[in-house]
Write a protein that binds this ligand. Sequence first.
Ligand SMILES: CCCc1ccc(-c2ccc(S(=O)(=O)CCO)cc2)cc1[C@H]1C[C@H]1c1ccccn1
Length: 241
Amino acid sequence: KVTHEHSEALNQRIKEHLALLDHSDPDANGWEQITEDGEMKVYRKELVQDGLICDPLKAVHSVGLVTAKEMCHYFWFPDVRRDWEETVDVFDVLETLDEATTINYQTHKQVWPAAQRDCLYLSSMVKVDNPPSVGDKIPHDTWIVCNFSVDHPEANPVSGCVRALIEVALICQTFITLPKDGGPITRDCLQCDIIYVANVNPGGWAPASVLRSIYKREYPKFLNRFTNYVQQKTKDLKLLF
Ligand SMILES: CCCc1ccc(-c2ccc(S(=O)(=O)CCO)cc2)cc1[C@H]1C[C@H]1c1ccccn1
């Protein structure tokens, strides 16, 4: 397995994010629920670092009809980013490190009165081989996409943008309910549990009220839009495990 210069950092972050699979009760540990929409619950912590709003965000969700690999694939796959991302203007893949790892540059639509933000990050999709089992449910497969800020010599930043720093993970697990009649596994047998975490450092000052209202509005919208997108995209395709 060929590694790249960020392999160490990636593996370290995956290890840290997988600790989330212990499904420690998000209502504990100081998480404040900001949204509930069906199976989707969104939590945040209020965190100010160097005067900047860096609220950690965590969302848990469970959706039918799709597998963990499909969810992670469409979250990672650069070619479809624009189909579901609506807060991103410029999006470029600067480098492809391997068949599941790219370095991306993107700008986010400006939200007045904050300056426009851009992000330069590594994005990698990894299958988790021996995930910590959770309670009595045995996942069929577990996949993770990690997006975290890196430097890159070829970044040609859009002038005027403030560089935001991100630490994001999407962890997905497929649970299968075998059909009673012993028939083939269809999409109706699938349930995909999702844990999404995002730590965004805005990189420069922005009004706390503006940032917190953006996050409260944008994260639930993005999670609903993205999960619906994957269900639509995969409904007539063979199941991808
Ligand atoms: C001042 C901070 C600006 C800002 C920086 C960064 C991000 C952001 C970056 C990456 C990811 S992702 O999950 O890795 C998907 C790939 O794009 C999500 C969010 C969002 C915002 C702001 C624009 C807001 C927002 C919040 C939530 C979802 C989408 N957009």
